[in-house]
Ligand binder design. Structure first.
Ligand SMILES: Nc1ncnc2c1ncn2[C@@H]1O[C@H](COP(=O)(O)OP(=O)(O)OP(=O)(O)O)[C@@H](O)[C@H]1O
Length: 686
């Protein structure tokens, strides 16, 4: 095996090769521009070559590889016998026909790097991990899978602050090396990073699960759900590239702050063609009103699906007369009874409303055509189109064209009328529920002001009228917070695709948050998806995990959720719970102390307290790049090295699911957590 110096030379060689690849890609762009061919092909080729060139150029500076696997020199290694493979974020080669210098982490041969263990070495003799400081290769660490011994070389003093790291760092019990531990414990600054170098075996199983498998990951805070979801997207785009580029990949997150936080991960993995958005943005309806909680609860209820279906289909009437169409010297005719039958049939076929209507038109035309043909009429396309136009008023009278916004505006203007006689039936809404959603004044669709919940209803109606296209892969984060109706919107978009559901029932904070994955998966259209629990936390230190687990017990008792407790991977970290008289003053002191250490700082408080705290901290000049004041309602999914939680009782009281919110807030800390309280601590924290 090469020593550190030789590895550095190899890294230089890889960089040179990568530079040559970038130059080659740029040259291809130039050549591509001069290529003869039709404009479309030239444009597509140009686009492809340019994005390849850009993608390569973007990656020029990072470490060219992070690990290496050396296969055994015997038949257990099968076709890899005696081979060494360097693994990196992207494939690097210096000449066509020669083996690559670095293999993409997503290639099948890389799986052993993530999964081989001393018990199951999978043909591997040694696994090497590289430590980098910026662009410089500073250390390497070997793990022999034959005898499970570790050796290490290099590393600077700064990186070796504790005993386990300085030996190359092996955590004996778990077989975790120092480079790995240092990577996981590294301070966080800026947006989320990729974890390709340190994906853990249980995470890798999820990342590389087949595309056909829809999966649900129940993961306690910091267990890497989000990371797993994003790496899965990158992996599947590699393994099923052409299929997914055609059908599209969608990543759904809870809010803008979260999307911002994860936005860098996929691009660093070379994937830019992934739509990352929130459910509200996905539904693409301008939202300019808010619902009262009672109204939102009704609109998000699963029963609304049936209510809307009824409201829409109630527009279809019964024919009251025959359809008669003059055609030159003839008059073709479909009698009332036949027309009625056509409508009934189309309705019973249970396709989309718009499709059903089209069927009525085309079947009427077919009936006219049969008559015309017996008279020797030439029924070509033009004739058929003319007949379709001629029957249209009769069809419109019975099966009118429907627009989602008009149907919903009509319904919300007077839900009692639409639902008259339905309220006591199975699946109907009670009169209180109808009253909760009724608009105070009737409005037309054009002047309607829609809420976020209305957007979901509009989407349901639009799909009842005409089904839209879906995606090949949909990844939903924080899925416990979705309402049944939101789940249905996602189910429609992943009906023929693969779904990856990520969430934590204990972090459910919406009024409709799921209490069981089985039920949520049914709403998401994948009732058979396997639910896998991740329980090793890579963010939250042990002391904080212990406190969060106590809160989890309270949540489990109060809310009948069944969630396994977390176990922290991290041995470091600090928790200070302090009763103070002056919350703002103590927060200033805590912020000042926190800024003396490295990493990001999040001051998290109940939403209503944020403005006041921001003013106080700003007056002391403490709100900096590294320090952010975060409303509790926006903390989900985010993390900070140092978290200062101000008055937990206020966080709990601010909303019905306040205890869950507090659980989210407390588990944002990577290294240090200060809890400042004046009022008594909520139960579970005492
Ligand atoms: N295998 C790993 N190697 C290094 N870091 C990891 C690994 N797995 C997770 N992490 C880190 O742990 C932190 C938590 O990961 P992530 O945000 O994906 O967890 P999560 O389960 O989505 O958490 P939450 O539910 O609290 O939002 C991130 O900083 C992530 O980079």
């Amino acid at each position: 095996m090469r020593g550190l110096e030789e590895e550095r030379r190899y890294a230089d060689r890889c960089r040179d090769a990568l530079r040559a690849m970038i130059a080659g890609a740029r040259q291809n762009v130039v050549v591509g521009e001069d290529t003869w061919g039709d404009r479309y092909t030239a444009e597509r080729l140009g686009y492809h070559l340019k994005s390849l060139a850009r993608e390569l150029a973007d990656e020029g500076d990072g470490p060219p590889f992070f690990g290496l696997v050396g296969y055994r020199d015997d038949e257990q290694a099968q076709e890899h016998r005696g081979q060494l493979y360097y693994l990196g974020r992207r494939h690097i080669s210096d000449a066509i026909g020669r083996p690559p210098l670095v293999i993409d982490w997503r290639a099948p041969v890389a799986t052993t790097f993530y999964r081989a263990t001393a018990e199951d070495p999978q043909g591997i003799a040694v696994r090497r991990r590289f430590g980098w400081s910026g662009e410089k290769l500073t250390s390497l660490e070997d793990e022999s899978l034959a005898g499970a011994e570790h050796t290490a070389e290099g590393g600077n003093e700064q990186e070796r602050t504790d005993g386990s790291r300085s030996t190359g760092g092996v955590d004996g019990a778990r077989g975790i090396g120092g480079i790995l531990r240092a990577e996981i414990e590294r301070p966080r600054v800026g947006p989320m990073r990729d974890i390709v170098a340190t994906i853990q075996p249980e995470q890798d199983e999820l990342v590389r699960a087949e595309l056909a498998e829809s999966i649900c990951v129940q993961g306690a805070p910091g267990t890497g759900k989000t990371a797993v979801g994003l790496h899965r997207a990158a992996y599947l785009l590699y393994a099923y590239r052409s299929r997914l580029q055609r059908s599209g990949v969608l990543v759904l997150g809870p809010n803008q702050a979260f999307l911002q936080y994860i936005s860098a991960v996929l691009p660093t993995l070379g994937e830019v063609d992934v739509e990352q958005t929130t459910i509200d943005q996905l539904l693409a309806v301008g939202i300019d009103a808010t619902d009262l909680p009672e109204a939102a609860a009704v609109k998000h209820d699963a029963r609304m699906a049936e209510v809307l279906r009824r409201v829409l289909y109630r527009r279809i009437g019964t024919p009251t007369e025959a359809v008669v169409v003059p055609d030159g010297s003839y008059r073709w005719r479909v009698n009332q009874y036949e027309f009625e039958q056509l409508v009934d049939e189309a309705r019973a076929e249970a396709t989309a409303y718009g499709v059903g209507r089209e069927r009525v038109v085309s079947r009427l035309v077919a009936a006219l055509q049969r008559q015309a043909e017996t008279r020797g009429q030439n029924c070509n396309r033009v004739w058929q189109r003319r007949m379709a136009r001629a029957v249209s008023p009769a069809v419109e009278a019975v099966w009118p064209v429907a627009k989602a916004a008009e149907v919903l505006a009509e319904f919300l203007s007077d839900p009692f009328r639409s639902e008259a006689g339905e309220s006591n039936r199975d699946g109907g809404l009670s009169s209180e529920e109808l009253a909760a959603i009724a608009w105070k004044r009737p409005r037309k669709a054009k002047s309607a002001r829609w809420t976020a919940a209305d957007a979901v209803l509009l989407d349901e109606l639009a799909a009842l009228i005409a089904r839209g296209p879906g995606y090949g892969l949909v990844i939903v984060d924080e899925a416990q917070d979705l309402s049944p109706m939101q789940c249905r919107a996602i189910a429609r978009r992943s009906e023929h695709g693969s779904l990856t559901v990520l969430g934590d029932l204990a972090q459910g904070t919406t009024a409709w948050a799921a209490r069981s994955w089985a039920e949520q998966l049914t709403h998401l259209g994948k009732p058979d998806a396997e639910v896998v629990a991740l329980t090793t936390g890579y963010r939250v230190p042990a002391a904080v995990v212990a406190m969060a687990n106590r809160l989890l017990e309270v949540l489990a008792v109060e809310q009948a959720i069944d969630v396994p407790a977390t176990r922290s991977f991290r041995s470091d970290g600090r928790l200070v719970v302090q009763r103070v008289d002056d919350l703002a003053g103590s927060c200033v002191d805590a912020a000042r102390a926190a800024l003396k250490e490295e990493g990001s700082i999040g001051v998290i408080a109940a939403d209503h307290a944020v403005a006041g705290l921001t003013d106080v901290l700003r007056a002391e000049d403490l709100v900096a790049d590294r320090l952010t004041v975060v409303p509790a309602s926006l903390a989900k999914g985010l993390e900070y090295d140092h978290v200062i939680v101000v008055e937990p009782a206020d966080v709990v009281e601010a909303e019905p699911r306040g205890m869950n919110r507090l659980y989210v807030v407390l588990t944002r800390a990577v290294s240090r957590l200060d809890v400042l309280h004046h009022r008594p601590l909520p139960i579970g924290l005492t």
